[in-house]
Design a protein around this ligand. Structure first.
Ligand SMILES: C[S@@+](CC[C@H](N)C(=O)[O-])C[C@H]1O[C@@H](n2cnc3c(N)ncnc32)[C@H](O)[C@@H]1O
Length: 297
């Protein structure tokens, strides 16, 4: 195998046999991948940094790297999300492992983290519950930002909980405990929290978004309640009072057009100080309220 000089003409079409790093990059962009994505796939299969891709651009891919890259290129061209191809997505400044068993972390979900941190300010050793933790982004981020907190995280999916546990371990968040549970069902009756946070499935059944873009590849049970989009939000609101300390908070992410419905659910259940935060695009995205009542136990 010989290195191509940097001045050699670039190959066209699919990944050429015995491609150098430079030729592989060119082939991927010519096949339609944005350059940023092509570099991400190349760093992923070679283990090189972005700088090394440039300084070693005449280095050939070995056979295993070539096969891995060709497979990833085909999957990306078929629409599979980058996060599943490289197995990672950043959230709140930390790298989270992801797989097709979990929702891909969204920047808008950082709104829920900020809303939670504000409401935990001034409370020592808060008790936090994340319902439907998925990859664990909310639980692990809050546990990392507030190392004095005791965080519980539930999900109905054992495969998601495996990913969440791996993320907690990799990020050193040893103040999170994970529980397989249908919302509150497996929690001890007397478990009480300072704050409950959730990003539940809130897309209505039959919504055309479910069959387009990245969502086609994400777990359907993480996306939709298989109903009107509000049923899981309603279940979470209905059960929260039994697991909140007096003065505790419930925060839920929801769809851009579900703010009023979420506020109504919270008010009807007896929550006070009901509020909604907007996302980076200006849409209503996260609503919550404060539980005024006391709880025996
Ligand atoms: C929209 S995803 C959110 C995941 C993660 N919290 C995030 O923000 O990326 C919803 C999560 O709720 C979980 N889930 C769905 N139904 C559930 C139920 N009945 N009880 C507990 N978790 C559930 C799904 O498995 C999924 O991980």
């Amino acid at each position: 195998m010989t290195d191509s000089p940097s001045s050699a003409p670039l190959p066209a079409g699919p990944l050429p046999a015995q491609a150098t790093l430079r030729e592989a990059l060119a082939a991927m962009t010519q096949a339609g991948l944005p350059a940023l994505e092509a570099r991400m796939l190349l760093t992923h299969v070679t283990g090189l940094t972005r700088t090394q891709l440039i300084t070693r651009d005449t280095q050939p891919l070995d056979a295993a790297q070539h096969a891995a890259l060709a497979a990833l290129l085909a999957r990306r061209l078929a629409g599979e999300p980058m996060a599943y191809l490289v197995g990672e997505r950043e959230f709140y400044g930390r790298p989270f492992r992801v797989s097709p068993a979990v929702l891909i972390p969204r920047p808008d979900t950082e709104i829920a983290v900020q809303a939670a941190l504000v409401r935990l300010t001034g409370t020592q050793a808060p008790r936090v519950l994340d319902l439907g933790t998925g990859s664990g982004i909310l639980a692990v981020t809050l546990a990392s930002e507030r190392p004095d907190a005791q965080v519980w995280a539930t999900d109905i999916s054992p495969a998601a909980l495996d990913i969440a546990r791996a993320n907690a371990a990799a990020l050193g968040a040893d103040n999170v405990r994970f529980l397989e549970s249908d919302w509150y069902s497996a929690l001890p009756d007397d478990a009480r929290f300072t704050l409950i946070v959730s990003n539940p499935p809130y897309i209505a059944a039959g919504d055309p978004h479910l069959s387009s873009g990245d969502l086609r590849f994400e777990p359907v049970d993480a996306l939709t309640d298989h109903g009107d989009g509000l049923s899981d939000l309603a279940t979470i609101v209905a059960g929260a009072g039994a697991h909140l300390e007096a003065g505790g908070w419930l925060l839920m992410e929801h769809g851009f057009d579900q703010g009023e419905a979420a506020r109504q659910l919270l008010r009807d259940a007896g929550f006070a100080e009901v509020f909604t935060e907007r996302d980076l695009g200006g849409n209503e995205r996260c609503s919550g309220g404060r539980w005024p009542g006391g709880n025996a136990g």
